[in-house]
Design a protein around this ligand. Structure first.
Ligand code: PMP
Length: 360
């Protein structure tokens, strides 16, 4: 297709064209069954096969150990802000949170309803431009888990390495899941909304260590217990069928591209091109500290807010959309998720050079 723009939106974000094209066909008539993917019973053998295959692909691509369960839930990543502490913090137990931006701040607010929350680090005073080094915070011995957001979508920061803590790690990977190899075994629970690297909005992936399924107090409602969904293979109620199907198509694409290591290499290259330009220019200023930079969301400023508006408008006119930064940082943000092509980054870099020259 030639009429697609370069979509730099932070989420929902760009998806692989082959997955979209396949979905377009399957929406009308799935494998010549005479009905489309959105019309099939979630308990039909066709859909059960799709769900099984999607889970199997995710397990393979992320190398998820057998002792972990994969859940396909609804309610967005935001529902995990309360489901995590609701299920894992029994009584008035304590948990440690690292506040590295908007999405951790929101998670902290929810978690406080379920236990004692120790915010061991906050980057707020520096407008969240940094990921803390492990020696910048302390974790209390009686803390049940250490919660972090692996990639901060809004501020464009990312944990380059995860804390090597004796505490169980819980990570919100909504904006960098499958973008680089990770060791699932060092986490108790990983969750991610699909709408950046995985597929459409509407499904949230939870990868949870099996022994944690029994932690929830009796007061947790049925639908909000991880165990409910684990016991029923995410089919306790009607799952987000179409979204799960698209995730499956995206994962097939990802595997064909060479899997997570190949994604990581490409993501590294895309981010490098942008940061290289930012570093070599007096015109563009990156928001994140260099050692905290995200490979998924590149947040930057121009000399003035007026120039930023002009930049976004001109880029849009040239088929590069979604470059306006989040309102809490201002400026610009290029989200370059897995499915965002290298060519699009090259186009943006060329445009940035031209724009700086033409608007001194
Ligand atoms: N966590 C992160 C890191 C995010 O970027 C977002 C949304 N962009 C969320 C959580 C919230 O996701 P949702 O809209 O699916 O609730």
């Amino acid at each position: 297709m030639t009429d697609r723009v370069f979509n730099f939106n932070a989420g929902p974000g760009t998806l692989p064209e082959v997955a979209l094209a396949q979905a377009a066909k399957d929406i009308v008539n799935y494998q010549n069954k005479g009905l489309g993917i959105m019309e099939m019973s979630h308990r039909s053998k066709e859909f059960m096969a799709i769900a099984d295959q999607t889970e199997a692909l995710l397990r393979e691509l992320m190398a998820i150990p057998d002792s972990y369960r994969v859940l396909f839930l609804q309610g967005g990543a935001s529902s995990q802000f309360f489901m995590v502490p609701m299920n894992l913090l029994a009584g008035d137990a304590k948990a440690t949170y690292l506040d590295t931006g908007t999405w951790s701040t929101k998670a902290i607010k929810e978690a406080r309803q379920f236990g004692t929350i120790d915010v061991a680090y906050s980057g707020k005073a520096e407008n969240y431009r940094r990921i803390p080094q492990p020696d910048a915070y302390q974790i209390d011995d009686d803390s049940s888990y250490l919660y972090l957001v692996s990639n901060n979508t809004i501020f464009g920061t990312q944990f380059a390495a995860f804390p090597n803590s004796s505490k169980m790690l819980i990570a919100d990977m909504s904006s960098d899941i499958l973008s680089r190899p990770i060791e699932v075994g060092s986490f108790g629970l990983i969750f991610a909304g699909a709408q950046k690297n995985l597929g459409p909005a509407g499904v949230t992936i939870v990868v949870i260590r099996e022994d944690l399924l029994d932690r929830a107090p009796d007061s947790v409602p049925t639908m909000l217990r991880y165990k409910t969904h684990a016991e029923k293979g995410s089919m306790f109620n009607t799952p987000p069928c179409f979204a799960i199907y698209v995730v499956g198509e995206v994962l097939k694409w990802l595997k064909a591209q060479g899997g997570v290591p190949a994604m990581a290499e490409r993501n590294e290259e895309k981010a490098r091109l942008l940061y290289q330009l930012i570093d070599s220019s007096d015109y563009y200023r990156g928001h994140a500290e260099p050692d905290s930079r995200s490979r998924m969301n590149v947040a930057f400023n121009l000399p003035t807010a007026d120039l930023e508006s002009k930049f976004v408008a001109e880029a849009t006119a040239q088929g590069m959309i979604g470059l306006k930064g989040h309102r809490s940082v201002g400026g610009c943000r290029a989200s370059i998720y897995n499915a965002f092509p290298l060519d699009g980054v090259r186009r943006l870099v060329a445009f940035m050079e031209e724009f700086a020259g033409a608007n001194p």
